[in-house]
Design a protein around this ligand. Structure first.
Ligand code: ASP
Length: 471
């Protein structure tokens, strides 16, 4: 049996090229059928599926024992010989349908309990709570594997494209201080500093701007962003975006680079998709609201065509909005610059409701998939924004002093954007929910059913973190 041990593992998909040869395959039993003394298993690995024929007389004694046990989702190694199938047995629906493997030996790595749901067909119809509890099984299904692979291809494309365009990927902290971008933030108690907290960033906004002050000129990061928002169908408490920032640019520079990125991405990663209009149409916020009643319009001419992609830009948002308390709040990002023609209004704090921001949002088939702006790199002008927002001098220094100070050391003009990954991949895979394209998502009410998070913490650890729970 020495030759068996020496065999290198082949993937299932490679078997079609190995007719007549002995192969060693490793994977999972996808299904099993018996016909009299003969057994057939579909053996699955990440590359695909192949039919394995079990004939007791051809099997080693270990193989014969294993044959009695084998059931769905057992993890096994099969040694066998690749045989061409007879004309009538060819299965044109299976990439390995021209061959089958006559098993000589089977090793069971691990048996499997009966899975809580069927993994051999699309799991979309299964109760989602059960799918999420057994996510590692759900992810064995073909569609979920395809989604994760496509997600990786999209991410890889972003990385390559940005590197080719002179960007450097730089990590920024997840344990940091709050940044105002409109969402509630997750708090992390600082054990070493009683009564103090870190905040998980809702985006790397301040750090990426500080990277521009640092002279990096082109930064990006595949960044996790944390937002403690109320339950909403297509939201997750953490999401991924390709956060980027560039120095010495104007709105047009960022928008045209990003447009080129999406066009190339679609050509490369999902060539079966068709972009409805290039260059992407641009709407002002006012036009979008008047014509479509929302600021992320679905511009598809044929909404039944699953392969059409209608990208569009929305620009010229009001910088400030009236807050409930009668004061002003920002519409998108307080670090944005106003449109150049409205800078004077900002400096004089007049016509506040008419000041437009340099913010640009990119929308795709009715979803906002990213947004960014040119930033306010002049400390005096940035301070005016915080004053309009009602912050006291003391508050401004406490919360934003580090930004104002950084900008007083020759900060370059800069701008950027944060294109999201989850919704984009959801649209490219024609899924209805971002949970279908995230490996380990949380439920709509932010629970991880597999890990059991959030969970209670032992008294000792609470004490260490200086936390007392109010019952
Ligand atoms: N920080 C923004 C966001 O997370 C992106 C940006 O303005 O670049 O949406």
């Amino acid at each position: 049996m020495l030759h068996v041990i020496m065999l290198q593992r082949s993937t299932v998909i490679e078997t079609t090229k190995l007719v007549g040869q002995e192969v060693l395959l490793k994977g999972w039993v996808h299904g099993r059928r018996d016909m009299g003394k003969l057994g057939f298993i579909d053996l699955r690995d990440r590359s695909g599926m192949v039919q394995v024929v079990l004939v007791p007389a051809e099997l080693s004694s270990r193989g014969q024992e294993a044959m009695k046990d084998l059931r769905s989702e057992y993890c096994v190694a099969v040694t066998g010989v690749v045989k061409p199938r007879g004309e009538k047995q060819i299965n044109p629906d299976l990439p390995t349908g021209t061959i089958e493997v006559l098993a000589k030996d089977i090793e069971i790595y691990n048996p499997s309990k009966t899975p809580p749901f069927d993994l051999t067909s699309d799991t979309r119809a299964i109760n989602e709570e059960v799918r999420l509890k057994y996510r590692y099984l759900d992810l064995r299904s073909e569609r979920m594997q395809r989604n994760l692979v496509l997600r990786d291809r999209v991410a890889q494309f972003f990385r390559d494209f940005l590197h080719k365009n002179g960007f450097v990927e730089i990590e920024t902290p997840y344990l940091t201080k709050g940044t105002p971008e409109g969402s509630r933030e997750f708090l992390v108690p600082a054990r070493l500093h009683q009564g103090k907290f870190y905040v998980l960033p809702q985006s790397p906004q301040q750090f990426k701007q500080l990277m521009m002050v640092a002279g990096m000129e082109r930064y990006f990061q595949m960044a996790r962003c944390f937002r403690d928002e109320d339950q909403r169908g297509d939201r997750q408490p953490e999401h991924t975006q390709f956060d980027l920032e560039m120095s010495f640019v104007e709105r047009e520079d960022v928008m045209s680079l990003i447009e080129e990125l999406y066009v190339e991405l679609i050509k490369t990663v999902t060539p079966h998709k068709r972009i409805q209009q290039v260059p992407f149409p641009r709407l002002t916020y006012k036009e979008a609201m008047e014509k479509y009643g929302n600021d992320k319009p679905d511009l598809r001419e044929d909404k039944n065509d699953p392969n059409v992609l209608a990208f569009a830009w929305v620009v010229d948002f009001p910088f400030f909005e009236k807050a409930e308390d009668g004061g002003w709040t920002y519409s998108h990002n307080p670090f944005s610059a106003p449109k150049p023609e409205h800078r004077e209004w900002l400096m004089e704090k007049k016509n506040i409701g008419d000041i437009l921001t340099t913010q640009y949002d990119i929308v795709l088939n009715g979803f906002e998939i990213g947004g960014g702006s040119i930033r306010n790199h002049e400390p005096d002008a940035l301070k005016k924004v915080f004053e309009i927002l009602g912050h006291s001098e003391e508050d401004i220094q406490e919360k934003f002093g580090h930004m104002l100070e950084a900008f007083s050391y020759g900060a370059p003009p800069h701008g950027g954007i944060g294109p999201g990954l989850d919704r984009l991949v959801m649209i490219l895979t024609n899924e209805q929910n971002i949970r279908e394209v995230i490996a380990f998502p949380k439920t709509g009410d932010a629970r991880d059913l597999m890990m059991g998070a959030p969970s209670e913490i032992e008294e000792k650890r609470l004490r260490e973190a200086h936390i007392q729970i109010k019952k």
